[in-house]
Design a protein around this ligand. Structure first.
Ligand SMILES: [Zn+2]
Length: 257
């Protein structure tokens, strides 16, 4: 794998319809930094996207998987990844970080017989710091319909941040302040009628970006209305309005850190 830190979008689909019709791929995000290879939210098709990526992502080299929450578009491929990356448990290695709901209770998504294939499984907790080798990250509790965490990585002194599925709340800005790169799951174009809702919309993104002041921001995880509005055009308008580079993610897009 390459030395330079980067993220690669293995999917950019948000809502059920976009995932079900595969209007966008839904494989989550690959992060390579500090010698560690991490899959964040392996949704349906993650393993397929790893194999078809150019160059291919060899899942035997995955060091950790992170599940921000248990929803199927974020967790579907976790089991096949654990099996694949450990060669069916023969090459036991790797870490799994996941919300407690992913691991315990009636909707736990990680198969029990695979859990011993990993070195360690850790439940994410609010404002707790974690390490994958030398790579550090913090979990930030979000407000969604499931127990959900955002992630803030420290990569060579820069904050590389991910806001997973969440409704807007003002403390988000404090937690993500001065991120170098901010990735926002932007499911909605316009907010729902009820106040704010459980997914970010473009007005929420504006407010967050204005407050956080990242060097660059990426919008991804699109619902149907966002796709119809052409995310790259929405991103261009946001860039002009906010004076901060906003990038619309596309399937397979790589961003060097
Ligand atoms: Zn969700």
């Amino acid at each position: 794998m390459e030395d330079k830190a980067f993220i690669k979008f293995l999917g950019t689909a948000g809502t059920r319809f976009v995932v079900a019709k595969q209007l966008r791929a839904s494989g989550g995000i690959f992060l390579s930094a500090e010698g560690q290879n991490i899959i964040i939210d392996p949704g349906p098709g993650c393993i397929v996207r790893c194999a078809s990526s150019k160059p291919p992502i060899d899942i035997a080299n995955i060091n950790a998987i992170i599940l921000t929450h248990l929803h199927i578009d974020h967790s579907n491929d976790v089991n096949i990844l654990i099996d694949g990356m450990t060669n069916g448990g023969l090459d036991k290695h790797g870490l799994l970080f996941a919300s407690k709901e992913c691991l315990e209770g009636q909707d736990a998504v990680v198969l029990k017989y695979l859990r011993g294939f990993l070195d360690k499984i850790m439940a994410l907790e609010e404002k707790k710091d974690y390490k994958i080798g030398k790579l550090k990250f913090r979990a930030i509790k979000l407000r969604h319909t499931a127990e959900t965490y955002g992630l803030r990585f420290d990569i060579k002194g820069e904050k590389v941040s991910f806001i997973a599925d969440t409704g807007y709340f003002p403390e988000l800005i404090k937690e993500y302040k001065d991120s170098s790169l901010l990735v926002l799951n932007t499911v909605r174009l316009i907010p729902p009628e009820k106040p704010r809702g459980m997914h970010l919309s473009i007005p929420d993104v504006k407010e967050i970006v204005k407050g956080v002041k990242p060097k660059r921001a990426v919008i991804t995880h699109f619902g149907m209305a966002m796709l119809k509005a052409k995310p790259w055009e929405v991103a261009k308008e946001l860039t002009e309005e906010l004076g901060i580079e906003i990038i619309a993610a596309s399937d397979g897009m790589k961003i060097e850190l």
